[in-house]
Design a protein around this ligand. Structure first.
Ligand code: MG
Length: 381
């Protein structure tokens, strides 16, 4: 049966933690969006419209390089805007099936697609559904009601419709409301949507843990990599130093092109070192005026995003600050909390230690301070 598909990959995926938007992260050596597009093309889709954020059109070319039969369309602010953009772009017969799919569900397979196309035979739409195994509660910190599971189902994607039916249903949908899936748009239009068996493997990657589970399901072997970083900055005029992402009042500042946060620089180099992607100076050249006075948060976030782009994650960080003054102890907890936030880690995975050099050397003479960091990350092998 001839069919086409729209893959929605325009979301930011804010619940997925730091790093690239989820559709563009790596899963088993391939960008997540590529998994679905490959499966849909392999199952016989003549066209797959991939709806991406307008600034991701070039990224889509990279992510889907070598595949034929797909075209990109710039998406909108909401999921439904993106689906509508895909529907406007798709060139296919009016009564032909179109599958609407979220890129964040990478494990769509031939069987799922065949079940949906078969289900569409006797209805205006077909969606994969699963029973709800858990007891459902309504409440807000305290339970106010136990909700009966009778007749409740979880809806997944892809969802199958006929192209013109879905276009018509979207035109009738009230502009101020945002549907959570496409079937609800058809339901509102009074159309009959059939339920076909869903599959747990059609899981939606939403939270950081989901990516780990997906990596396991993808059969990819993972390895732990260790990186280390060292940085030093000289004291100069000022009334405080940026260190570990917080401002510590002091009778000097630190001299540097950026905010001179020695601790975040060491951590950034450690993260980059763990994935063998050069050093902070290569990514953010000191000769580039745009980094003058820059908050070092962005350097570390960038390095963490590079790990995310490889389908990896930071596991632990151990930082040692070497100086006579300022005293680190009173600021240790604030520093740990900030670094944990930047690395996307729980605080108990982040260590901040401090030592002196007993008056010896440049730190002993209080000419400047130094930081060393060791970071572990996990990535696909
Ligand atoms: Mg530095």
């Amino acid at each position: 049966m001839s069919f086409s598909a729209i893959v929605v990959a325009a979301g930011a995926g804010l619940r997925a933690g730091p790093g690239e938007p989820k559709a563009w992260r790596n899963l088993g050596g391939r960008p997540i969006v590529r998994w679905s597009v490959e499966s849909l093309l392999a199952a016989g889709a003549h066209t797959v419209v991939v709806v991406v954020a307008p600034d991701r059109l070039a990224a889509a070319d990279d992510a889907l390089a070598g595949l034929t039969g797909w075209i990109a369309a710039p998406g909108g602010a909401t999921r439904s805007d993106s689906v509508k953009a895909g529907l406007a772009t798709l060139d296919a017969p009016a009564d032909e099936p179109v599958l609407i799919h979220d890129a964040a569900r990478p494990f769509v397979g031939h069987d799922h697609i065949q079940r949906l196309l078969a289900g569409l035979g006797g209805a205006d739409g077909a969606i994969p559904t699963l029973p709800v195994p858990d007891t459902l509660k309504r409440g807000d910190g305290q339970v106010t009601e136990t909700v009966s599971r009778d007749g409740l189902w979880r809806a997944q994607t892809p969802q199958a419709f006929r192209l013109d039916d879905l276009r018509t249903a979207y035109r009738a949908w009230p502009a101020r409301e945002e549907p959570t899936d496409d079937a609800s748009v058809m339901e509102r239009a009074g159309r009959k949507v059939a339920m076909v068996p869903g599959d747990p493997i059609l899981m939606k990657l939403t939270y950081p843990e989901d990516f780990m589970l997906a990596e396991r399901l993808s059969g990819t072997q993972r390895i732990v990599r260790i990186g280390q970083g060292i940085d030093a900055h000289r004291f100069g005029p000022g009334d405080g130093v940026w260190l570990g992402g917080i401002l510590i009042p002091y009778d000097h500042g630190l001299v540097g092109h950026s905010d001179a946060d020695c601790a975040l620089h060491a951590l950034t180099d450690a993260v980059l070192g763990a994935i063998a992607e050069g050093d902070i100076g290569q990514h953010f050249p000191p000769s580039d005026p745009q980094w003058k006075g820059a908050s070092s948060d962005r350097f570390l976030r960038h390095a963490v995003a590079r790990v995310g782009a490889r389908g990896g994650r930071v596991l632990t960080a151990d930082l040692t600050i070497i100086c006579e003054r300022p005293k680190i102890g009173p600021h240790r907890d604030a520093m740990r909390a900030r670094i944990a936030e930047l690395l996307g880690l729980p605080v108990d995975r982040v260590s901040v230690k401090a030592t002196t050099t007993e008056g010896m050397g440049f730190t002993g003479r209080q000419e400047g301070l130094m930081a060393q960091a060791i970071v572990t990350v996990e990535t696909p092998a």
